[in-house]
Design a protein. Sequence first.
Length: 349
Amino acid sequence: MKSFIRIMALVLLTAMLLPMSACDSGRTSGKVETVKIGISLYRKDDTFVASLCTYLEKVAKQKEAESGKKIVVNMVDGQSSQALQNDQVDSFISQNYDVVCVNMVDRTAAAVIVDKAKAANIPVIFFNREPVEEDLRLWERAYYVGADAAESGRLQGQIIAEGFAKNRAEIDKNGDGKIQYVMLEGEQGHQDALLRTEYSIKAVTGAGIQVEKLANDTANWQRAQGSAKMTQWLAKFGSRIEVVFCNNDDMALGAIDALKDSKSKVHPVIVGVDATESGLNAIKDGSMFGTVFNDAQGQAKAIFDLSYALASGESQSSQLNIQSGHYIRIPYRAVTESNADEILSILKE
């Protein structure tokens, strides 16, 4: 009888231990939770967008190593086609991605993507190309990560105004007391292009400096198009051009290319936006007067941190400084010869 009792006790003890052992086995089986982030870009060969993507991939790999989770970041090229981008979002949704991030081709078409994401209950993060506010507010799980484009315009204008105050002859080459300028704009109807164009000039006139616009045209953020427009303006206006305002560094570099190719003795002051590595090197060699640091690293980290928090069900607003329930803004910085090396070192971190 005692033997029977001992045997039964052993059986009961084994039965009690088995579920615990199975549970422990599940925890140590090496199975890794996966976070899937789908990213659709308006154009993958855009210099600033490409650098942002590089930083985004870097921060995702760092988080993967820290967390032990498998993090899939799938970036696809919208090729400047809104229809293609819509299809890409549909594909991410059908594959049950945790978060969809969109660098809009057409910023006015965001409502379609918000509706798709809302129907699937998958959070959507827009970045770099800001949607219309009404579209973003269609759903509480729609967000925008970027910067205040008006601020970049103001800083660009301030660079010129401060240069004018310090050394007027360097900018006002004909000595008439006003600035004759041309403007290379990014893209027709683009939020950043419109605001950078408007607020750069407002900052100059707000400093009490008179201006005269000689010409303006879009060059679609591209170096080659910027060069082509500048070549035309050099032929038409020549030495009358004192300042070349450019909505981004690539177009500013295109303007510099045109000046070099023409072997012109005209040396207008050129300012850009983004502070790309090539733009910063142009400041260092004296061919560009200044630019505005568009913090790709800061934006990439904010995009990833928000994506990871949403995928993990974590609270976002307290740790990510979400403004008005939908916006994360990364500040700009003015860049001239005095701090170009500092910004270059940040890019290389």
